[in-house]
Design a protein around this ligand. Structure first.
Ligand code: PLP
Length: 409
């Protein structure tokens, strides 16, 4: 069977077309385009019912080890929300990973997989009193906050716990920005970290998140410098902050060609040294997407190929997975997945849509995607690097479709 790799250009954004051909410039992308791991290929060839996410745990392991190599000094907390499969939690726990949770339910999941509560940090800055008390009761001792009222909740329900103050971030150059909703400005961070002592809490430092799928390594530099300045000011008040939490944001491999990962790591490490000098704080890092995205592939099936009129040149291709079945990050066409089909002929422009009776369930219309002209109903289409924010975003039964099945191999 012939395999072709189909990619789109970014005409609207002036980014060059990425083609998975021998002429490809970028080593990282070339490796990813060649093929999936033998384990994944073999599983896909057995043609389980679509749609599903298959994930190669060996690749998650390799990503974790790569991250550890680049950040040997860091405490790595996997952001569970990226993919909460118990197999992933278990694997990472055996590798010595720690965990970042968004809710009491993710805490239960980690505990059920044998993760000690002391390895868990509660990174969501929006928590119910009850959930803080529950987590503290279980033994969680790291919490994030970004407002006075949340800090007071922590003072009441997690006495003596270590706390991180999250800084506002622009989310510039991130394909999935998280700006505005989270964080506070530097003046407020200064005041709240001071106040945390009065409340009987243990101020650890600041956290920030430069936006998910952050493509520009420079975006880590400015918050690091701001943090260093803040730490100097607080030192004058007798507060020694020993941690810095640089959040997530490390990118996965989608359509755009990115610098190699080592470049991100070196930029971040250099920024840490230059901002803090000889005695930098301990680093906490919270990767989600980076650890799991590239290890996963979604296999889907073409339900329909249609034209809207006799003159219509652009085909509509309807898949059996859409925004509600796990591809929520195609919202505003933010995340541009690489697709693969098993046909090798000439390609033509398509609009890609999901299977539900909701007109919002269109995946790519502005972004130009090309698929083989002889693409037919029943053909399988593979959505590459789909291990993050897919199974965890799938609806429980919109239009009656079941949540995304996940196979960890
Ligand atoms: C979602 C999240 C992460 C993970 O972000 P990625 O971009 O997937 O790496 C890390 N930290 C916090 C606080 C988060 O909310």
């Amino acid at each position: 069977m012939q395999t072709s790799y189909v990619n789109s250009g970014f005409e609207s954004e002036g980014v060059s077309v990425l083609e998975c051909s021998p002429s490809l410039r970028h080593d990282l992308s070339r490796a990813d385009c060649r093929s999936l791991s033998p384990k994944l290929e073999q599983f896909l060839a057995s043609r389980p019912e679509t749609p599903f996410l298959a994930l190669d745990l060996e690749q998650v392991r390799n990503k974790f080890l790569e991250l550890q190599r680049e950040f040997p000094q860091a405490a790595i907390h996997y952001a569970v929300k990226a993919n909460p499969s118990p197999e992933i939690i278990q694997l990472l726990a055996t590798l010595g990973s720690r965990f970042d949770i968004a809710s009491r339910y993710e805490l239960d999941l980690c505990l059920s997989q044998g993760v000690p509560a002391a390895w868990v940090s509660y990174g969501n800055t929006v928590k119910k009193d009850l959930d803080i008390a529950y987590a503290f009761g279980c033994g969680v001792r790291f919490f994030a906050f970004d407002s006075e009222a949340e800090l007071e909740k922590l003072g009441r329900h997690a006495p003596g716990a270590g706390v991180h103050c999250r800084l506002l971030s622009q989310g510039k150059s991130a394909d999935w920005p998280l700006s505005r909703k989270f964080g506070c400005d530097l003046v407020m961070a200064y005041e709240l970290l001071l106040k945390s002592c009065d409340l009987g809490l243990n101020p650890l430092g600041v956290s920030f998140h430069v936006g998910s799928q952050q493509t520009d390594p420079q975006q880590w530099v400015e918050p690091m410098q701001q943090a260093a300045e803040l730490y100097r000011q607080l030192r004058r008040q007798g507060i020694e902050l020993e941690w810095i939490n640089i959040g997530g944001g490390l990118p996965a491999t989608y359509q755009a060609t990115l610098p190699p990962f080592s470049h991100y790591a070196q930029t971040i490490q250099r920024a840490l040294q230059q901002s803090f000098g000889a005695t930098p704080p301990h680093m906490m890092i919270e990767p989600g997407r980076f650890l799991v995205a590239d290890a996963g592939v979604i296999q889907s099936e073409v339900i329909l190929v249609a034209h809207k009129s006799r003159e219509d040149v652009r085909r509509w291709v309807y898949l059996d997975i859409g925004k509600f079945g796990g591809l929520a990050e195609t919202m505003d066409e933010c995340i541009k997945y690489r697709l693969r089909t098993h046909r090798d002929g000439p390609t033509g422009s398509v609009i890609l849509a999901g299977p539900t009776c909701d007109s919002a369930d269109v995946l790519y219309e502005k972004t130009s995607y090309e698929l083989p002209l002889d693409l037919a109903i029943g053909d399988r289409i593979e959505i590459l690097s789909a291990g993050a924010y897919t199974s965890s975003y799938a609806s429980v039964g919109f239009n009656g479709f079941p949540p995304l099945r996940t196979y960890c191999l």
